[in-house]
Design a protein around this ligand. Structure first.
Ligand code: ADP
Ligand code: MG
Length: 339
């Protein structure tokens, strides 16, 4: 669902500050990891009564397989790709899981007047950030104009009867939200085993459960400098999710045009502003994931105004003439413990 550079993003921006792993009262730290959605997953948890780890891992892998079978754009026979291939405009009943994800994506899409847009896939392809791969030069206005008639969440209709395309060419891309959804489902599996002290991470989108036996989960957000690494912010977290969109290490411009995998549906072009990344905290990972992308598609001023209006906790890193600048919404500040 995501290209492999996402793993780089997560490592570049976020660092789990592993304090003391020797927890009191016999609770041991366990770590399971694997790969999914074009990136890694990592599940850390504490419990003094662990389930059989091999069985737990199998359960996690099975859940991730199911989500990929439903929502991946890299599996031609996924539920999503079969929906995309349909030319019918009749309502289609989709699985409960895909319907839940589409419902949340449409909610945020409507809240932002279409800035989060799960029908943007054909434009992502045209700009060379889809499965078909990179392009040498920007597409022409004619090529863009040929696609825009079937891009926009107003081309979708979700009712009790199912999801309909209002234009047969509409195609869905859930890349920006499915990873967060996967994080939430893995967290549910841990909770079903009575495990509450956990950190679930899929490619940098995370859900943090109850505090560890030795205190809060601490995450560092790295200061964006091009050489070396320096800690920017330390966050103290419990019962919250965190998602980051964007990566300054992948920022690139060509002939004064910024190329990005994020498309601003208002212009049908990659974002052109100087936001490098946005990191959102929200109770569930699916919503954090979607808002992180949304607030990265918006320019920083607009994103911060939106975050203040809706009480969203976001940290934005912007590239300016004086270097990288960090901007924080008021809901984000309480999570920061060191400067
Ligand atoms: P990031 O973590 O950088 O936000 P994601 O994979 O979560 O990356 O989301 C980016 C993906 O979402 C893109 O690769 C593209 O497939 C899709 N996308 C691009 N622009 C938009 C948009 N405006 N709304 C929804 N999805 C988008
Ligand atoms: Mg995202």
């Amino acid at each position: 669902m995501r290209q492999s550079y996402i793993a780089v993003l997560a490592m570049a921006l976020l660092l789990l500050l592993s304090g003391c792993n020797e927890a009191p009262q016999g609770a041991q730290q366990h770590h399971l990891q694997g790969s999914t959605m074009g990136t890694y997953y990592s599940v850390k948890f504490y419990t003094d009564t662990p389930p059989v780890l091999a069985e737990l891992q199998q359960q996690l892998d099975k859940e991730l397989e199911l989500i990929n079978d439903l929502m991946s754009t890299y599996r031609p026979d996924s539920e999503l790709m079969r929906f995309n291939a349909l030319t019918s405009t009749e309502p289609q009943q989709l699985s409960a899981q895909t319907t839940e994800v589409v419902t949340e994506a449409i909610r945020i899409g409507q809240q932002t007047a279409g800035i989060l847009d799960i029908t943007v896939g054909p434009l992502v392809e045209l700009w060379g950030f889809g499965a078909a791969g990179r392009i040498e030069r920007a597409p022409t206005a004619e090529q863009i104009d040929a696609i825009t008639p079937y891009v926009g969440i107003d081309k979708l209709q979700l009712t009790g009867a199912g999801l309909s395309k209002l234009d047969p060419r509409v195609a869905l891309d859930l890349s920006t939200i499915a990873k967060g959804y996967g994080v939430d489902r893995l967290a549910d599996i841990l909770l079903s085993h009575g495990i509450s002290q956990f950190l679930v991470d899929i490619g940098g989108d995370m859900r943090i459960g109850a505090a560890k036996p030795d205190g809060h989960w601490r995450l560092a957000i790295e200061k964006p400098i091009s050489s070396g690494r320096a800690v920017q912010r330390i966050l103290n977290l419990e019962h919250i999710s965190l998602a980051t969109s964007g990566d300054y290490r992948n920022y690139f411009e060509q002939d004064g045009v910024r190329f990005s995998h994020l498309i601003d549906p208002r212009t049908a072009q990659p974002i052109q502003h100087r936001t490098v990344s946005s990191t959102v905290l929200h109770p569930n990972a699916m919503t954090a994931d979607a808002y992180a992308t949304t607030l990265n598609v918006m320019a920083a001023d607009e994103a911060l105004a939106f975050a203040e209006q809706h009480g969203i906790a976001v940290l934005i890193i912007e590239k300016t003439a004086d270097g990288f600048v960090e901007r924080i919404s008021s809901a984000f500040s309480p999570f920061i413990i060191e400067h």
